[in-house]
Write a protein that binds this ligand. Sequence first.
Ligand SMILES: *Cc1c(COP(=O)(O)O)cnc(C)c1O
Length: 717
Amino acid sequence: MEPAGNGGKLPKRIARLGELITNMWWTWQPDAQRLFERLDPVRWEEVRHNPVALLRRVERARLNAAVQTPAYLELYDRVMEEFDRALTGPTWFARAHPERAEAIVAYFSTEFGIHEAFPAYAGGLGVLAGDFLKEASDLGLPMVGVGLLYQHGYFTQRITEDGWQEAIYEPLDLENLPLHPVLGPDGQPVRVEVTIAGRPVRAQIWRLQIGRIPLYLLDTSLPENEPADRELSARLYDGDPERRIAQEMILGIGGVRALRALGLQPAVWHLNEGHSAFSILERLREHIAAGLPFEEAAARVRATTVFTTHTPVPAGHDRFSLSLIERAFAGYWEQLGLSFKDFCELARQDEPWGSTFNMTVLALRFADHRNAVSELHGHVTRKMWAHLWPDRPVEAVPIRHITNGVHVGTWLARRMRVLYQRYLGPDWLERLDDPTLWERVLEIPDEELWTVRRHLKRKLVAFMRERARRRWQGNRVSPIQIVASGVLLDPYALTIGFARRFALYKRAYLLFRDPERLRRLVNDPYRPVQIILAGKAHPADEPAKRMIQEIYRLIKDPAFGGRIAFLEDYDIEVARHLVQGVDVWLNTPRRPLEASGTSGQKAALNGVLNLSVLDGWWREGYNGANGWAIGEDREYEDPEAQDAADAASLYDLLEKAVVPLYYDVEADGIPHRWLRMVKESIRSLVPFFNTRRMVKEYLQEMYLPAMEAASPRTLPV
Ligand SMILES: *Cc1c(COP(=O)(O)O)cnc(C)c1O
């Protein structure tokens, strides 16, 4: 990417905009975003908030006008000052752990959700990884990310008139992404090579800068690769096992080689899910090549590896047939001094249909630091993998939990930020994991909070209407699809949001179990309720696509009055509007399959109330006064009984608690009791369910012990 800006030239006074766009730091800075937006608000929307594309296209006259506008220049100076401080100023980490200034944490993930302009994520796992890097930057934690550069990324979703999901793969707009090719000392792009099934596959390395944190992305689309290998990193979560294993070899083995080629010696290797677990094999190989016996190499790898598992759903754990392993890794196990059989033993998991090579087993066996992502998920995970520790009782299985959080700068609405700034104090962002700070939320006047909440809901409805208009103008869609996309929504009615991957266990259908009861609820003329749904089904998940279709059929039914809408193409932008704009965030997973979930935390941060099953993070967050719990704190043997009980509880809560509270408006036009609950939700949830607390916990519980193990004091080289 070349320096952008209308023929490559920006007016001198604002020339550093060209620098600002080379770092994704702006993605969590509302003021930096305004700097772009004010140049040309229409184009800013047109280019989907991509500042590189914006500066390429913005007209010279607009740049000149900005230079003539004192308010613009004042904002510019302030943002640039903050930018410099964020990249080179003193940090929390340097202050708290000066002795670890040199220790790098390498964070491997198959997806990273940084911004809508870069669709390298499918859902929660990727968004968490993106939030993690942003927080590491804020804290000054020396981290590098490692991932793959997908040529197409995840798909764009369209819903046809009869409710069928279509998946559109658009090529990534590489021209307009601030990707920097990583060059070696000779000025040539750094390449790594991985032998896959006997053939060499090469990858180039790109750097995407996330504040202080470099994210290295491996890209196999090189002319010297065979055509099929150029396509290896075309798509996220390829269903074809041959391509999938090759992708994971590039990520794991190629990822380690990339860091070595860059001259990096990480002290800690954090594997975000099992997709990158082949990195363990590569690090074993390195130690063995250096002369260590296998057991000693294994001990070193274990001591410095951190593994986070994210799901209790069996299909979420990658495993490969042994014949595929044999083909793909041909020649590799000898380098570990192992027979093929012993190589398979490293990760063997027996399934009803035979033995497999399981990435989670590999990671659990070779990481001394293991965690699940909520307290309940910790219990479930220990039970799930207890067979790997046959001599221990389940509760002594060495897998801890660190509950997920969200990155506040990324998910907080600008207007809410202004409120926090005013009532929590100017240093609130530095102290956001301090519970005493959040007691002050009670001091925000109801009137001001209500004004902001109403503003955010109007903004959401306007966003949906503009999307619908573009669809109407641009494509051949029927009027009923436009109605289904939310144009009849009322910007003042009680609005419930439900957005997540459409996997069956997330049970989007639960709300629709009794359509007649739902119809009465939404159509109450005095107290109307509206519902906005969004989410993608995995393109190969036919039952999930049928579930979308079933729900879409009801949405189109005039009996619901256009009060239920489906917002297409759930992504980070849609998520931001929803978690900021609705009143209630609904979540109905089949307990205990949620692991953690994070979207409800984004909602809470913005003054939205949670209405959720006691699963994942909400089981820890719910305190009886900060939202609502659907169903009971228990598991069920029979899924049908669970559905029936949870649906009954959901309807009861809506009819008897949620709707009456929202519409209990006092003489001044403000629902004070609702706002009391909103404040209690913010006060009790935000200081804990954020990435500040989360990353500090990873540091304390896993990284520091791993750094200790890696330091020369305990491990002479
Ligand atoms: C936050 C987020 C998720 C994860 O949320 P869940 O609560 O786990 O469903 C998924 N997709 C997007 C786009 C998100 O922003």
